[in-house]
Design a protein around this ligand. Sequence first.
Ligand SMILES: [Mn+2]
Length: 336
Amino acid sequence: MNDKMVNLLMVGDVHVSDRPPSTRTTDYRDDILKKLIEIGQIAKREDADAVVFVGDIFHSKKPEKTSHQTVQAVARILGSYAAPVYILPGNHDYAGRHHENLNRHPLGTVALMPNITLFGTDARRSVLVAPRGITDATYHDVRLIGVREEDELSAFTFGDDEGIDGPTVIVAHSAIFPSGDAPTIWDAWDATEVREQFEDDPAHVWYGHIHEPHGTYDVGGVPFTNLGAISRGSLHEDAARTRTPKVGMLSVWSDGDTDVTEIPLESARDAELVFRIEEVTSERSEASEINAFAEALSAVDIEVFSVESAVQKLSEHPDAPQPVKARAIELVEEVT
Ligand SMILES: [Mn+2]
């Protein structure tokens, strides 16, 4: 039977920040807040059963870098959504492997809003989302299982927990790439490797963390989707100047079929208005020095995909002049 669905409004990396990334104009924070407001309007208009964030709500997990004013603005906007909000914390939202410390970070404060639930944490790995207004027992809730950035591939393995026989959606903040596209320099996963972990097939795999959209693609009968970040933080991203930020409505039918509807954000402004394109071009020579420095560092064994470890290695490096260190740390923080 295929006659009832749960509509999940899926939102990619957000990266709210008081300070704009170096490539962006000063309106960066307000641009993102407008997108978050628009997402609430879309959820209402499309009658979403839930809004699901796939990680990295804030760019900096540090309280001293993310102001109370910004945290409160995010809390107020997400708290005003008519639908329940489920948030998978991303690597920018907490110190790696330490979910118990989320109460020290901006996201822990946002999660105090009564309609917001964190999942994918040690305390709450999965959540059940019910179709709104439906109490008929013949319809099944959809289970969302969170996979975190620091998790191993085996985290994608899941079983039928007792009493749960509705569809399962894997929501991941992970470096997954379509088959054959995974860059070798990163600790990235080929979607085929992820697919091989499943004992029972999930209805869908939806992931964030990679800011460039991969769209929806089939991996051995399981659909995978990444629509990219809703912010455009970096010109390093190939498509940053041309893509329109999108969210996606993931409709999950009770028999496990899914549909994805991509919804472009109308509040997103043209790239020419949000990027400091001319200034950034003139800063390229500075960037190339930093690239040379980063290359030298690659001789050292750095786990490049972990921002924390890379920043720590950079800040401890004896040969780097202070301004270069500071700038390099900024760039590293912008990458993921
Ligand atoms: Mn991330």
